[in-house]
Design a protein around this ligand. Structure first.
Ligand code: KG4
Ligand code: ZN
Length: 344
C-alpha cells in the first residue's frame, strides 16, 4: 500500500469488557481514545459474564464511536479506514465490534482492517514511545495471555515462550477471588501487596530453572489455595496482604527473570512490556531495575494503554494498512486467534 502522508484510522475494540473507539493518525498520534468500561457491572458476579458483556457492547458502541470522532474533531469523511479487533477474545463480544466495523466500512466505502488484540497490546508501546521501532523483545502479560515475543519487524513475530496453563492476569484474578477481593483482582493485589511482606510465604517460582521461555501459573495458584486451606483448617490467621505480596513476588520473579534472559539470549538490548498486568506497580519497578542493571532500554505504556483500549488497535492497524492487509465482508470473530496468524 502506498504510504499516504496522513492516515486516520477509526479503531474499535470490544473483545472483553471494555467498549472502546479511537482515532489514531499514522499509528502513533492518538486524537481520541474513548473507553466505556463494564467493570462495575461484572464486579457483582466476580468476573466477566460473556452474555452481559455482549449486550453492553451493543448498547454502548454507537455512543462510543461517535464520542471518539467528536473528541478527535472529525467526521466519518475524515477517516481513511476502520479497524477492529477480531480475536482473540469472547466470541459474542468480538462479534459486536466486527459487525459494527464491517457495516460502517461498507457504508463509507472504506477498507476494514482486522486486528489481532495481542498485537494491539504490543503496539501500545508505539503510541507511548513514538520513536520505538522493531526489533525488540516484548513481555506480553494480559488476562488471557503470557508470552515472550521477539518482535523482529512490525509484522514478523517469533514467539519465544508462552504459558502452559493460566495466564498471569488469570492467576491474579483467581488468587484475588480466593482472598475475597473484588474483580478484577490484579489491581487489588497490587494495592494490597504494598502493605504486605513478600517473603512471608515461600510460594514456588514455577519453571524458573527450566531452560525455556515458557511459563506456568496454575501450580502457583494451587499453592496459594492450599496455603489458605491449611491456615483455615489449623486456625492460623491469614494476613491477606502477606499472601498477596508473596504471590505477586513469585509471579514477578519469573516474569522478570525470563524477560531479561530472552534479551540476553537474543542479544537484543530493548525490552518492552504490555497487557493489563504490565500496569502492576511492582512489576514495572522490577523491570526498570533489572533493565538498568543490564544496560537495557525499557518500554512500558502508561496505565491507560496497558489495559484494553482502541488506540492500541488503531496503532497496530496502521502497520497492517501499510501492507494492504484488509478484510472483506466475510470477516468473522476468531475467539482463539493466535498471535502469529491471520484468519480472514
Ligand atoms: O490486557 P487486559 O486489560 O485484558 C486482556 O486482554 O486480558 O488485562 C486484564 C488483566 C486482568 O487479569 C487484570 O487483573 C490484570 O490485567 N491487571 C493487573 C493490574 N491491572 C490489571 N494485574 C496486576 N496488577 C495490576 N495493577
Ligand atoms: Zn487485552
Amino acid at each position: 500500500m502506498k504510504e499516504k502522508e496522513s492516515v486516520a484510522i477509526l479503531a474499535i475494540e470490544s473483545s472483553c469488557d471494555e467498549t472502546s473507539a479511537a482515532v489514531v493518525i499514522n499509528g502513533r498520534k492518538v486524537l481520541s481514545n474513548v473507553i466505556s468500561s463494564q467493570i462495575s457491572i461484572h464486579k457483582q458476579f466476580g468476573g466477566v459474564v460473556p452474555e452481559i458483556a455482549s449486550r453492553k457492547h451493543i448498547e454502548n458502541i454507537d455512543t462510543v464511536v461517535n464520542a471518539a470522532l467528536d473528541k478527535a474533531g472529525m467526521g466519518f469523511s475524515d477517516i481513511d479506514a476502520v479497524a477492529v479487533t477480531y480475536g482473540p477474545g469472547l466470541v459474542g463480544a468480538l462479534l459486536v465490534g466486527v459487525s459494527y466495523a464491517k457495516a460502517l466500512a461498507f457504508g463509507l466505502g472504506l477498507p476494514v482492517i482486522p486486528v489481532n488484540h495481542i498485537r494491539g497490546h504490543i503496539a501500545a508501546n508505539y503510541i507511548e514511545y513514538p520513536s520505538l521501532e522493531p526489533p525488540f523483545i516484548c513481555l506480553v502479560v494480559s488476562g488471557g495471555h503470557t508470552n515472550i515475543i521477539n518482535i523482529r519487524s512490525y509484522n514478523d513475530f517469533e514467539i519465544m515462550g508462552h504459558t502452559l496453563d493460566d495466564a498471569a492476569g488469570e492467576a491474579y484474578d483467581k488468587v484475588a477471588r480466593s482472598l475475597d477481593l473484588p474483580y478484577p483482582g490484579g489491581p487489588e493485589i497490587d494495592k494490597l501487596s504494598s502493605n504486605g511482606n513478600s517473603k512471608a510465604v515461600a510460594f514456588p517460582r514455577v519453571m524458573l530453572e527450566e531452560d525455556s521461555f515458557n511459563f506456568s501459573f496454575s501450580g502457583l495458584k494451587s499453592s496459594v489455595l492450599n496455603y489458605l486451606n491449611r491456615c483455615r483448617m489449623t486456625g492460623v490467621t491469614v494476613s491477606k496482604a502477606d499472601v498477596a505480596a508473596s504471590f505477586q513476588q513469585a509471579v514477578i520473579d519469573v516474569l522478570a527473570e525470563k524477560a531479561i534472559r530472552a534479551c540476553k539470549t537474543t542479544g537484543c538490548k530493548r525490552l518492552a512490556a504490555c497487557g493489563g498486568v504490565s500496569a502492576n506497580s511492582a512489576l514495572r519497578n522490577r523491570l526498570k531495575k533489572d533493565c538498568k542493571k543490564n544496560g537495557f532500554e525499557l518500554y512500558i505504556p502508561g496505565l491507560v494503554l496497558c489495559t484494553d483500549n482502541a488506540a492500541m488497535i488503531g496503532s497496530a492497524a496502521y502497520y497492517e494498512y501499510l501492507e494492504g492487509n484488509f478484510g472483506n465482508m466475510g470477516l468473522n470473530a476468531v475467539p482463539g486467534l493466535k498471535i502469529d496468524e491471520r484468519r480472514y
